[in-house]
Every structure is written in C-alpha cells, then in structure tokens.
Design a binder for this molecule. Structure first.
Ligand SMILES: Nc1nc2c(ncn2[C@@H]2O[C@H](COP(=O)(O)OP(=O)(O)OP(=O)(O)O)[C@@H](O)[C@H]2O)c(=O)[nH]1
Ligand SMILES: [Mg+2]
Length: 403
C-alpha cells in the first residue's frame, strides 16, 4: 500500500508490511503501565477495571489470559495495542501463595498495586503476608487500599446521597453525630460510625502496607443508590496521578457519560485512538535508531488501518490522500521537523510529546468520523473532513493539558 502523505521521504513509498514491522518494534519497546489488582475473589477487582475503562469484557472474565502459574493478565483494550494492563493474582485463593515469581516478573512494569477488600470482610489472613513480601520487594510501588461494598456497613441509609464525606480525606470530625439516635438516619456528608470503625480497623490491620485508603461503593444501577459510582472519582484521581503523563491523559478521556451513546464499533475505535495517541506521545520523545521511518508516523498508519478494520473497511490510496490533505501537509511536515527536535533534551520532549499526542488524536478521530459516516451511507467531503480534523486537533491539545 502506498502512503502518498509522506511527501518528504526521499526513499520510495513504503509498503504496509514494512510499516507494520516498524510498528511492532515500537510496540515491543513501549512500557505499558500495569496495575496489579490484589484482592480476594469477589472483593471488587473486576468492578474497578470496569469503572475505569468501561470494558464489558473484563466483567465476564473473557479478556483475562493466564500469565504465570498464579496470575492472569487483562490488556485493555486488547493485547495488540494495550493502553493499560491489569494483573489479577489467582494464587491468593491458596493459603500458601508465594508472590516471589510474580514480583520478579512484574515489579519493573507495575505502576501501582491496588488491594481490594470488602469493608466488612474480616478473614484477610491470606492477603497480608504476600502483600508484606510485595511491599518489601518494591517499596517504591504505591499501594492503594481500596475498601469496597461500603453499603454492607451502612444498613438502609445511602452514603452516596449528598456530599461525599471522604472528599475531606476522612476528616474524623465528620464522624461525630453521623447518625441521630432517634431515627438511625445518617446525615448527608457524614460517615456512619459503624463504617468508620471498620475503616479504622482496616487501617491498623494493613498498617505500613498502603499509601492511601480509598473507600468506594460501585453498585449496579438497578440497586437504586443515588450515586452508583460512589468514590469512583477519588479512585480514578489516585490511580491516574501515578501514571506517565501520556497514559494519564488518554485514560482521563475514557468511560465518559457521553460514551454510553456510542455504538460498540465507535467505542472500540475511540479506544484505538487513545491508545495510539498515548503511544505516539511516548514514542515521539524516544529516538529509536532501528526504526526506519519516524515512529509517530508508523503508529499513525497502524492506527488508521486498525480503525478501518473495526469498521470492516480497507483504506484506499485515495482515502489516504483525502485525509492527509484534510490534516494539512503543512502540519504534517512541521511534525516531521519536530522529529529532529526530539534529540534536543527537555524542549524537544515537551514539543514532541504534546504535538504527537494531539496530532495522532486528531487523525484517529477524523478516521473514526469518516468511516462511521461511510457506514451510514454518507461519503464526507474534503471540506467536512478538514473541519473535523481541525476541531479534533484542538480537542487533542485540550486533552493533553486536561487535569
Ligand atoms: N455494592 C457493591 N458491590 C460491589 C462492589 N465491588 C464489587 N461489587 C460486587 O461484588 C461482586 C464481585 O465483584 P467483582 O468485581 O466481580 O470481584 P472480583 O474481585 O473481580 O472477583 P473474582 O473475579 O472472582 O476474583 C459483583 O457482584 C459486584 O457487582 C462495591 O464496591 N459495592
Ligand atoms: Mg474478577
């Protein structure tokens, strides 16, 4: 396949297979953030993945693949283009679980450990010894202690109805007068005493083994709680703060309320855009001498073919030409010039990463829009495509800066 949108190349146009080979090398060298979910069965690990990503596959367990004897791994959105990896320790079910092999294999790539514990669960003896070993082996890896199923400790009252009392970082003052003696009702914005006691208990049981406690209650909508994602925002913030910038920005855009209107194809295609944008931002700042063409371009070409495949299409040379003209050769050339900038420390890094992220995002969203329209039977005009690209470029830059 020819790529007429690489006019600055002196070599003859590159074929698709060569591009995919280059892409594979880039992918191999990319360090994808990994979250180690450590918790008993039924403690809420999958619910956390689902909350963060919106991936239904995780819920039914299809996406998990055996990794070591005692662990399995879920790559989100898939293992060809992962944006985030989750590790689930199956061995925890055994009283004798020894995490040494898992630690050896994953300590380099694990960004954080999330320990999920049902707040009312007192049988935690299998959990603490291996966690202690993990803490000793990699003391720099942050551990979040996530306490789940809070309503099991709050009776009929709805903790999620009203201001979040944990936003104040569990100021103990909020506990005082949490419930009125006469009615047993919990005052909005307060932590019921029974729950507070359980949290205190957990904090002493796990003392020295966590960096933050995050109480959450992720409930099915049909259960009727005021906020079915209670504490989710706090959890997301704590997780994202530990990830490299490019991945953090991409994950911020995931699983937004407006995404519920998207078709499955559109959702998959957006995941592809985000994972490619994060990779481009990372690859754009690391010189890879063995890659024949600029890494960012290989990533963008790979992204385009994958989005086309999601919509069951193949990209024709005429479509490449259409989008590259909509994207503006001027901008594309500027990006190529920045390839040289990335060798200049610091300045090059900032310019290269931000530009690569936003430009890849805009290209991907434009392909997505283009194919979604084709599928509906509309053939977008070059002018429409130009407008979409320009809007998406702004969105890409805004996403890069979002907090
Ligand atoms: N109410 C409430 N239910 C939760 C919460 N977290 C998980 N659950 C429910 O508890 C059950 C088990 O949760 P999962 O997320 O599947 O637990 P898991 O740790 O992935 O379990 P395994 O895959 O068996 O190891 C599901 O029915 C969830 O809906 C929570 O914070 N609050
Ligand atoms: Mg699970």
């Amino acid at each position: 396949m020819a790529f007429p949108w690489l006019p600055w190349r002196r070599k003859p146009a590159m074929d698709g297979r060569q591009l995919e080979n280059d892409f594979a090398k880039i992918r191999e060298s990319a360090l994808v953030p990994c979250i180690w979910l450590f918790g008993k069965t039924g403690s809420g690990k999958t619910s956390v993945i689902h909350y963060l990503t919106g991936a239904e596959e995780a819920i039914v367990g299809e996406g998990f693949r055996p990794e070591t004897k005692t662990s399995r791994r879920f790559d989100f959105p898939d293992s060809i283009d992962p944006l985030l990896r989750f590790l689930d320790t199956r061995g925890l079910a055994e009283a004798t679980y020894d995490p040494t092999d898992d630690i050896q294999q994953f300590s380099q790539s694990t960004q954080m450990i999330i320990v999920t514990v049902r707040v009312t669960d007192h049988a935690l003896s299998n959990l603490i010894p291996p966690l202690r070993t993990m803490r000793r082996a990699s003391p720099q890896t942050p551990i979040l202690l996530v306490l789940t199923c809070l309503h099991e400790a709050t009776g009929i009252s709805d903790l999620s109805d009203g201001p979040d009392p944990f936003l104040k970082d569990i100021e103990r003052a909020a506990v005082a007068n949490a419930s009125t003696e006469e009615t047993g009702d919990v005052k909005a914005g307060c932590i019921p005493k029974a729950l507070d006691q359980l949290i205190t208990e957990k904090s002493s049981q796990f003392v020295g083994l966590y960096d933050a406690i995050i109480p959450i209650d992720l409930t099915p909508v049909e259960d009727g709680f005021a906020n079915p994602d209670f504490g989710g925002d706090r959890l997301k913030k704590a997780i994202l703060s530990q990830l490299p910038h490019a991945y953090r920005q991409a994950l911020l855009a995931l699983n937004q309320p407006e995404d519920r209107r998207l078709s499955k194809l559109q959702r998959n295609s957006r995941w592809q855009v985000l994972t490619s944008s994060a990779l481009a931002a990372t690859a754009g700042v690391v010189p890879l001498p063995w890659v024949d063409i600029p890494a960012v371009l290989a990533i963008q070409a790979h992204m385009a073919t994958r989005i086309a495949a999601i919509y069951d299409q193949e990209i024709t040379p005429a479509q490449w030409a259409l989008l590259s003209s909509a994207a503006g050769t001027r901008i594309a050339i500027r990006l190529a010039v920045r390839e040289a900038l990335k060798f200049i420390p610091i300045v090059g890094m900032a310019v290269g990463a931000a530009g690569a992220f936003a430009f890849t995002y805009a290209l991907g969203m434009s392909w997505d829009w283009y194919f979604a329209n084709l599928q509906k039977g509309h053939a977008p005009s070059a002018d429409d495509l130009k407008e979409v690209f320009s809007n998406q470029l702004q969105r890409g830059h805004a996403l890069w800066r979002a907090s």
